[in-house]
Design a protein around this ligand. Structure first.
Ligand code: NAD
Length: 491
C-alpha cells in the first residue's frame, strides 16, 4: 500500500499497513482466503484489499477473546489504566498518519479526519482515568440484619460493530471503556473502512494490550458472521453503532442469548434558530452541525428550523458559506468538503433532494452531481422544504442543508419532535433560560445550545426513541460494560 503523504514516516507506515484479520494477537489471512477491496471515495480507485473473514474466523475471534478474559479482568485497574494511557499517547503521536488513512478510505477532509483522531484518542485518555475509579457501595439493609454490597463486574466478551463514518472514533468509543471495565472484545468494523480499524489494533498491541483482548474481523458476510458470534454463549454484550434498521435486526438476534445491548443508531437532528438568536453564532453552529464529515454524521443537523423573521437572511448567508467551501479529495490539505463514501450514498442524497424539489422545495445552491471521478455531491442549500418531503423524515447523510421556517417556539418544538429519532438537537438563542426551556421539551438524548458540536468523551453520548439504547462516553459508558452484582452479607 502506498501513501500520497509527502512524509517518509507515513510512507514507512503505509508499507507495513495491516490488511489481515487480527485474532489472538496474530495477523491471519482468514479461513477462506478471500479478500475485500477497499476503495478511495475521492477517485473510486482501489486502495488495497483486506481479509474477508468467515463464520469460523468470527468464532476463532470469540475463542481468543474468551481465552484472554480471565487474565485481563484480573489485571489490576492501575495496570489497565497505564496501557490505555499508552494507547492514547501512541494514537496521538501517529495522529497525522491515521488522519491520512481515514481520509484515504473514508473520503473525509483531512481537517475532519484530524479532529476524529483527536476525539478517538481522547476515549483512551478519559477511560485510562476512569479505569481506576471503580464504583460500588455498601449500605445497611433496612431490616438491619445485613449489609448490601453492590459492585460492578466486567460483563465478559463483547462484540463491537461499527459504521464507516467515524472509523477510528466509533471503534475507540467502545474499545476503551470495554478494556477499562476488564472486558475482552471482537471488533467488526464497517466493510467500507477496515484499514483504520486494523491500524488502531496494531497500535493497541504495541501499547501493551495483551493478545486476545482486542480482536478485529472484517467480513463481507456481515449478517452470518455477527449472528454466529451473537449466538455463541461466551459472548455477553453487543455494542452496535449504525443504522436503526440494522440495529433492530441485531436487537432481535441478541434476544436469543439475552445479550446486554448498547445501541447507537440513526438520527434526524433538528437545529432550531429562535427569533432572538445571534445570527453569526447560529450560522457558525449550523456549518459545524451540518458539514462536519460532509454531513455524514449521526448528529448532523438534518432539519434546520429558522424563525420566519430571520429565515431569508439565514438562507442567504448559509448559502454564501456553503458555496465557498472547497470541495475535493479528502487527502488534499485545501479540501473542506470531501466526497460521500460510495456511489449508493450519492444516489440516495440525489433522490432525497429531487423528492424535496418535486414537493415544492427550492434549491438555493448546489443540487447538481458534478461530472468527476469519485463520489461527490456538492454543498447544497434547500429552502422551503415541506414537512411531507422524505428529506424531513430520513437521515440525509450528505452536505445538504434543508431549511424550514417557523413562527412560534411551540411550532418549532412540535416539528422537532415529529420523528421516531431522538439523538441530538441544536438550539440557538441569546436567552439561555429560553433555550434551556426549549431543550428540556425536545425528545433528544443530547442538546447543544449555541454550538454545533455535542460529542465529548467525558459526556454521555446517546439517543432516545429509535436512536438507541444506552450511552457511550462518561462514566455511564464504562458501566455499560459491567454487570451489577449485589452481595447480601452478614457483617
Ligand atoms: P449500517 O447500519 O449499514 O452498518 C453499521 C455496521 O453494521 C457495519 O459494520 C455493517 O457492516 C454492519 N451490518 C450491516 N448489516 C448487518 C447485519 N445484518 N448484521 C450485522 N451487522 C451488520 O450503518 P452505516 O451505513 O455503516 O453507518 C451509518 C449509520 O450509522 C447512520 O444511520 C448513522 O446515523 C449511524 N451512526 C450512528 C451513530 C451514533 O452514535 N448514534 C454514530 C455514527 C453513525
Amino acid at each position: 500500500m502506498t501513501s500520497t503523504l509527502d512524509n517518509p514516516a507515513a510512507d514507512a507506515y503505509f508499507e507495513t499497513a495491516h490488511t489481515d484479520l487480527f485474532i489472538g494477537g496474530q495477523w491471519v489471512e482468514g479461513a477462506a482466503g478471500n479478500r475485500i477491496e477497499v476503495v478511495n471515495p475521492s477517485d473510486a480507485t482501489v486502495i488495497t484489499a483486506v481479509a474477508d473473514g468467515t463464520v469460523d474466523d468470527g468464532i476463532r475471534a470469540v475463542d481468543a477473546a474468551a481465552a484472554a478474559l480471565a487474565g485481563w479482568s484480573a489485571t489490576p485497574p492501575r495496570r489497565r489504566a497505564e496501557i490505555l494511557r499508552r494507547c492514547f499517547e501512541l494514537i496521538t503521536e501517529r495522529a497525522d498518519t491515521l488522519a491520512h488513512l481515514i481520509s484515504l478510505e473514508n473520503g473525509k477532509a483531512l481537517a475532519d479526519a484530524r479532529g476524529e483522531v483527536a476525539y478517538a484518542a481522547e476515549f483512551f485518555r478519559w477511560y485510562s482515568e476512569e479505569a481506576v475509579r471503580t464504583t460500588g457501595s455498601i449500605s445497611t439493609a433496612p431490616s438491619g440484619t445485613n449489609r448490601i454490597v453492590v459492585q460492578h463486574q466486567p460483563i465478559g466478551v463483547c462484540v463491537l460493530v461499527t459504521p464507516w463514518n467515524f472509523p477510528a472514533a466509533m471503534a475507540t468509543r467502545k474499545i476503551a471503556p470495554a478494556l477499562a471495565a476488564g472486558c475482552t472484545t471482537i471488533l467488526k468494523p464497517a466493510t467500507l473502512t477496515p484499514l483504520t480499524a486494523y491500524a488502531i489494533a496494531a497500535i493497541l498491541a504495541e501499547a501493551g494490550v495483551p493478545d486476545g483482548v482486542v480482536n478485529v474481523v472484517t467480513t463481507r458476510s456481515t449478517g452470518p458472521v455477527v449472528s454466529a458470534m451473537l449466538h455463541d454463549p461466551r459472548v455477553r454484550l453487543l455494542s452496535f453503532t449504525g443504522s436503526t434498521e440494522v440495529g433492530r435486526t441485531l436487537l432481535r438476534e441478541s434476544a436469543d442469548q439475552v445479550l446486554k445491548c448498547a445501541m447507537e443508531l440513526g438520527g434526524n437532528a433538528p437545529l432550531i434558530v429562535l427569533d432572538d438568536a445571534d445570527l453569526d453564532v447560529a450560522l457558525d453552529g449550523a456549518m459545524v452541525a451540518k458539514m462536519r464529515n460532509g454531513g455524514q454524521a449521526c448528529t448532523a443537523a438534518n432539519r434546520i428550523l429558522v424563525h420566519r423573521s430571520l429565515h431569508d437572511t439565514f438562507v442567504e448567508r448559509l448559502a454564501q458559506r456553503m458555496q465557498t467551501l472547497v470541495v475535493g479529495a479528502g487527502t488534499d490539505e485545501a479540501t473542506q468538503c470531501g466526497p460521500l463514501v460510495d456511489a449508493k450514498s450519492v444516489a440516495k442524497v440525489t433522490e432525497l433532494v429531487d423528492d424535496a424539489v418535486e414537493r415544492g422545495g427550492r434549491i438555493v445552491v448546489g443540487g447538481q452531481v458534478p461530472n468527476r471521478d469519485g463520489f461527490f455531491y456538492p454543498p447544497t442549500v434547500l429552502a422551503d422544504v415541506p414537512a411531507a418531503a422524505s428529506i424531513s423524515r430520513e437521515e440525509i447523510f450528505g452536505p445538504v442543508a434543508a431549511i424550514v421556517p417557523f413562527d412560534t417556539d411551540d411550532e418549532a418544538i412540535t416539528a422537532a419532535n415529529s420523528t421516531e429519532y431522538g439523538l441530538s438537537a441544536y438550539v440557538f438563542s441569546r436567552d439561555l433560560a429560553r433555550a434551556l426551556a426549549v431543550a428540556e421539551r425536545l425528545e433528544s438524548g443530547m442538546v447543544a445550545i449555541n454550538r454545533g458540536l455535542v460529542s465529548d468523551p467525558a459526556a454521555p453520548f446517546g439517543g432516545v426513541k429509535q436512536s438507541g439504547l444506552g450511552r457511550e462516553g462518561a462514566q455511564e459508558g464504562l458501566l455499560e460494560y459491567t454487570e451489577t452484582q449485589y452481595i447480601a452479607v452478614d457483617w
